[in-house]
Ligand binder design. Structure first.
Ligand code: NAD
Length: 255
């Protein structure tokens, strides 16, 4: 593995599972020191131990805990180079606008959008201190595409992540801090499996729209995150980085 992240310090929120776990592994294999931040202590600690990093238990909706996460990172490893703000939820009670209640709407907004606001707010000053940094915020292809199978708060939250990432990328560009939104297509993770992969009809309804004809593996998303984290993407900021198997570009897909 190329060592593009040698000597870099990275925080991965939601690092205990799915895309976050695959990315923690990928970051470590490219030479980074990784801080795994997750609500779940069992999976988070296991991930951190596996990659030889630090586990910090954090609820990304809690301002004090998020502030402490980035301070602990700098106190432990001396600096902050990379923030992968990735923790997110997609609960079943977030559905059509006609049936989704205010409590579900607000819960999803807090975990998926307010968390990214908090993580950027408390990561950026450490990056300013170092004169450099790469922030990757996990949005989704639904920030770009409309779905008839709605999860209204999820979609709106990811649209917010995309717009916020663009604005921050522009605002901090000349301070050496890059901010990009990562927009995965459907990925074969617990979150997606719980939602519909266990139901072949629901999965088939979605797969027909994917030119590549399958869901992504978390490692394929992690490879894109490592690119955005590294200097290989040094001329990219404020972008919507779609890793979606061609969904957003498709009209008619192959049989
Ligand atoms: N799986 C997909 O198909 C897909 C597609 C596009 C975007 N995404 C996005 O990718 C991100 C990761 O998704 P995944 O599929 O890997 O999910 P996952 O459920 O496998 O992992 C999410 C992790 O986040 C943690 N988490 C949840 N709430 C938290 C909180 N309040 N504080 C701290 N940690 C918390 C969980 O404990 C878990 O370890 C999410 O933002 C999701 O919306 C996923």
């Amino acid at each position: 593995m190329v060592q593009r992240l040698e000597g870099r310090v990275a925080v991965v929120t939601g690092g205990g599972s799915g895309i976050g776990l695959a990315t923690a592994r990928r970051f470590a294999s490219e030479g980074a020191k990784v801080v795994v931040a997750d609500l779940d202590p069992a999976s988070g600690k296991a991930a951190a131990d596996e990659v030889g990093g630090l586990f910090v238990q954090v609820d990304v909706t809690d301002e004090e805990q998020v502030k402490a996460l980035f301070q602990t990172t700098v106190d432990t490893y001396g600096k902050l180079d990379i923030a992968f703000n990735n923790a997110g939820i997609s609960p079943p009670d977030d559905d059509s606008i006609l049936t989704t209640g205010l409590e579900a709407w607000e819960r999803v907004q807090k975990v998926n959008l307010t968390s990214v606001y908090l993580c950027c707010k408390y990561a950026i000053p450490h990056m300013q201190a170092g004169g450099k940094g790469s922030i990757i915020n996990t949005a989704s292809f639904v920030a770009t595409m409309g779905a008839a199978t709605s999860q209204i708060s999820y979609t709106a939250s990811k649209g917010g992540v995309l717009a916020m990432s663009r604005e921050l990328g522009v605002q901090f560009a000349r301070e050496g801090i890059r901010v990009n939104a990562l927009s995965p297509g459907p990925v074969n993770t617990p979150l997606l499996r719980e939602l519909f992969a266990k139901d072949p009809e629901r999965a088939a309804r979605r797969l027909v729209h994917v030119p590549l004809g399958r869901f992504a593996e978390p490692e394929e998303i992690a490879a894109a995150v490592a690119f955005l984290a590294s200097d290989d993407s040094s001329f990219m900021t404020a972008s919507n980085f779609l890793v979606d198997g061609g969904i957003a570009g498709a009209y008619v897909t192959p049989l």
